[in-house]
Write a protein that binds this ligand. Structure first.
Ligand SMILES: Cc1ncc(COP(=O)(O)O)c(C=O)c1O
Length: 378
C-alpha cells in the first residue's frame, strides 16, 4: 500500500516521514539554532543548514508533513496572516488588480485596504456566493489574482474552486484559496485547480489554542520560489519550537476533526430546534445553502457552525448559563467556544450572530450544557 492510499488517520501521523534511523526518536526533536556550523562548505551548496530564517531542520519536517496533506510543497509562516500576506504580496505589485472575498476573514480585508491599496494595488471585493458568476461573466479579466475563502468565515458559504480556477486561468489570473476552515484533510484546493492554498494553522490543523502558525502550499516550483523569496526577505519564519509543536499537534488532526464534526451534527440540530435561534449554518446539514457544493467539493466536515440569536444580550445570557461553551474568538480547537462576531466591528453581521466552534468534549455533555443554556433564553 503506498502512502497516497493511506487514510486520514495514518496521513495525520505519518505524512512527511523519512526513512527511520535506528536510535533516532520517532518524531525528531526540535533543533534550536539560528546559525549552523558552516565548516568548509560554501553556504547553501551542500544541502547543509546555514541560517534558520531561511530554513531549519524542524521546519523542514513540519513543512514536509503539511505539504503532503495539501498535495504540494509547503512553506510555513509565523501566523495565518503572514501566510496570506506572502501568498498575495509575493505576486502583486503597483497597478495590479486582485479580487478578494467581501465576506471572508476580516483581517484579509484590512490587509487589502490598509496595505495593498497603499502600494497601488487595486482591490475588488466579491462575496463567496457570487464569485463563480463574477468569474464566468469575465470579472477576472485583467486581474493578477483571485483569492477565495471557502467555507467563508464566519458565514460558511462555499464557492466552486474548480469552476473559479478555470475562469481565472483563462483570464490569466492566479488562484489562491484560504483553506483554514476546511483544513488540508477537509479540502484539497491544489487538486481542484488552485495555484496556492493557504491556511491559518493556528486553527484546527494544530488545534489546541496554544500556538500561532500559517502556511502556503503550491505544486508550482516558480510560485514556491517566489513565496520562499518573500519569506526570506520579510523574515516571517516560524522558530523550531512552534514548528515542532505544530508537527506534534497535527498528528491528531483526523481524530479531532471526527469528534468536532460529530459534535457539530448534534449542536446544529439542537440550535435549529430552538425557538431562540435562527439562521443555523453548517455546510454538511442537508438543506444548508452550502450543502450540495460542500458535499461534492469537500472531503469531510468539521466543527464550525454559525447561528443567530436575537441580540447581544441573548448571547451574553447563553454564555452566562453555559459551563462548557467558552466565550473566545478563533476556532478549530479542542475547547468548544462561541464568538459573537459583531463585537469585533468588522463583519457585516447582526449583533446576535455567533460562530460556534465545536471542540472535542463528549457530544452528550456539550448537548446537555447547551440545552440548559438555550432554555435560559426562553
Ligand atoms: C479564515 C481565516 N484565515 C486567516 C486567519 C488568520 O490567521 P492567524 O490569526 O493565524 O494570523 C484567520 C484567523 O482567524 C481565519 O479565520
Amino acid at each position: 500500500m503506498s502512502p497516497s492510499d493511506w487514510g486520514d488517520g495514518t496521513r495525520s501521523v505519518r505524512a512527511g516521514e523519512t526513512e527511520p534511523v535506528p536510535g533516532a526518536p520517532l518524531r525528531p526533536s526540535p533543533v534550536f539554532a539560528a546559525p549552523f556550523h558552516l565548516g568548509d562548505l560554501p553556504p547553501r551548496t551542500g544541502g547543509a543548514d546555514a541560517y534558520a530564517r531561511t530554513e531549519h531542520p524542524t521546519l523542514r519536517d513540519f513543512e514536509g508533513a503539511v505539504g503532503e496533506l495539501d498535495g504540494g510543497r509547503c512553506l510555513s509562516f509565523a501566523t495565518g496572516m503572514a501566510a496570506i500576506s506572502a501568498a498575495v504580496l509575493a505576486f502583486v505589485g503597483a497597478g495590479d488588480r486582485v479580487v478578494l472575498p467581501s465576506d471572508g476573514y476580516y483581517t484579509t480585508r484590512l490587509l487589502a485596504r490598509s496595505e495593498l491599496e497603499r502600494f497601488g494595488v487595486r482591490v475588488d471585493f466579491v462575496s463567496t456566493p457570487d464569485i463563480e458568476a463574477y468569474a464566468d461573466g469575465g470579472g477576472l479579466e485583467g486581474a493578477r489574482m483571485v483569492f477565495l475563502e471557502t467555507p467563508s468565515n464566519p458565514r460558511l458559504d462555499v464557492c466552486d474552486i474548480a469552476a473559479v480556477a478555470r475562469a481565472a486561468h483563462a483570464a490569466g489570473a492566479l488562484v489562491a484559496v484560504d483553506n483554514t476552515t476546511a483544513t488540508p484533510l477537509g479540502q484539497r484546493p491544489l487538486a481542484l485547480g488552485a495555484d496556492l492554498t493557504v491556511g491559518s494553522d493556528t486553527k484546527a490543523l494544530t488545534g489546541h489554542s496554544d500556538l500561532l502558525l500559517g502556511h502556503v502550499s503550491t505544486r508550482d516550483d516558480a510560485l514556491y520560489a517566489a513565496v520562499q523569496r518573500w519569506r526570506n526577505n520579510t523574515g516571517n519564519t516560524p522558530g523550531p519550537f512552534e514548528a515542532w509543536l505544530g508537527h506534534r499537534s497535527m498528528s491528531t488532526l483526523d481524530l479531532r476533526l471526527a469528534r468536532q464534526a460529530q459534535n457539530a451534527v448534534a449542536v446544529a440540530e439542537l440550535l435549529a430546534d430552538s425557538p431562540a435561534v435562527t439562521g443555523v449554518r453548517w455546510p454538511w446539514r442537508p438543506g444548508d445553502a452550502s450543502f450540495g457544493l460542500a458535499s461534492r467539493q469537500m472531503l469531510r466536515p468539521n466543527g464550525v457552525v454559525s447561528a443567530e440569536l436575537t441580540d447581544e444580550a441573548a448571547v451574553a445570557a447563553l454564555l452566562g448559563a453555559s459551563r462548557l461553551w467558552t466565550a473566545a474568538t478563533s476556532f478549530g480547537g479542542v475547547h468548544s467556544t462561541i464568538d459573537r462576531r459583531a463585537q469585533w466591528g468588522a463583519d457585516a453581521v447582526a449583533p446576535g450572530f455567533v460562530r460556534l466552534s465545536c471542540g472535542i468534549e463528549d457530544t452528550a455533555d456539550l448537548v446537555a450544557d447547551l440545552s440548559v443554556a438555550l432554555a435560559a433564553l426562553d
